[in-house]
Design a protein around this ligand. Sequence first.
Ligand code: PLP
Length: 488
Amino acid sequence: MSDQDLKLKFETMEAGDFKDFAKAMTDYIAEYLENIRDRQVVPSVKPGYLRPLVPEQAPEKAEPWTAVMADIERVVMSGVTHWHSPRFHAYFPTANSYPAIVADMLSGAIACIGFTWIASPACTELEVVMLDWLGQMLGLPESFLARSGGEAGGVIQGTASEATLVALLGAKNRTMLRVKEQHPEWTDTDILSKLVGYCNKQAHSSVERAGLLGGVKLRALQPDGKRRLRGDTLKDAIEEDVRNGLIPFYVVATLGTTSSCAFDNLEEIGEVCSSKNIWLHVDAAYAGSAFICPEYRYLMKGVDKADSFNFNPHKWMLVNFDCSAMWLKEPRWIIDAFNVDPLYLKHDQQGSAPDYRHWQIPLGRRFRALKLWFVLRLYGVENLQKHIRKHIALAHLFERLCSADERFEIYEEVTMGLVCFRLKGGNEQNEELLRRINGRGKIHLVPSKIDDTYFLRVAICSRFSEESDIHISWEEVKASADEILKAR
Ligand code: PLP
């Protein structure tokens, strides 16, 4: 085959076969999502199931796309946990919508790496504007938004974990510079060994990890009876540490903890942080989406005192993973902290728009603002609010069903789309209940434990969930409880 023939063969495949593949996959995706309710939520495969289903090596010769298509069900779907099934109640939701999927297709086609403005101006500029749109939807103070005309603004990080780490590094930089001015005789190592940050004991594990990655101490503080971190507890810990020669520099307030969706008292924490010049980061990974509904904004009262704020539209706002929105009042502490400027990344317009490579850990970044733009335009704020309110209403429905059965108790007040509940009685009985529920294979739940009390969590996750689905899930819980209690 001549070079020309080879070239033609490639062109034919790209133009013809692969386009058909894309069209067939689009149909498959719609079919998959529209009928997801009929699939078994967690697959019954065993570890190692997949290797025998595929060849030992990559094929030498190209295969037809139809062969790949034929393997999707056999190889992939047989081992998929269907996170978008209304029977899936584990963890927190992860978002899924056609507008976001289509935006990801376009982003995949453009396939730019928008690390600087010039690397793809639309990628940066749409992100700046989308974060302003989103910030206004949440009711964030103008002091977080780029449209305020100062240095503030938003950025899309991959995950909330990255946002917590980036904020910690900014806080560390700000404090190091301040302390160096006060104590020029201290070395970096002296100062670093004294830095200490704080969070609720119920904060997500990514906060502890940020401390480890950032090489600083983080203290997990005891929350109150409602699992909220309070201002007095924080103040006492800070004062104790200062007495012991430490330098408090960073606080993470969680709005919507992973275990039970509790909300730290941001107003009190904000007062303490601003009076002591400590960087306050807000982690609202899941619950932040609810702030697009004004009736839930009381839970973020005090946000004006924060230095950075983060939530995941990729959890509860119909924007597929990954899209973690972060706002910074003074991004300079992050930009300056990690500013390495090789010649090949410089450009003539530097300084006129953000070069987002300085706001994040990796260099490369995808065109993720497209997902936000498509979702915000094609749903509109109104429908996104309806989505949040519906999930919360469905959680309250489950709560009512559970409360009406005297064998059960609700463990935590239901404010968002999460219900924490347990059988009245010991942990063992509740562990057995979860084993039964998941063992029956119809619905999927995960547990949690706070202060030695084991409980079950039902998170409303699917955009397809209806009242009838909640009744089905409740019947499953009830049937499993019947089995256990009868056996006793
Ligand atoms: N923070 C909270 C409160 C969470 O609930 C979670 C995950 O559920 C995270 C952080 C981690 O999110 P990500 O996977 O985006 O890092």
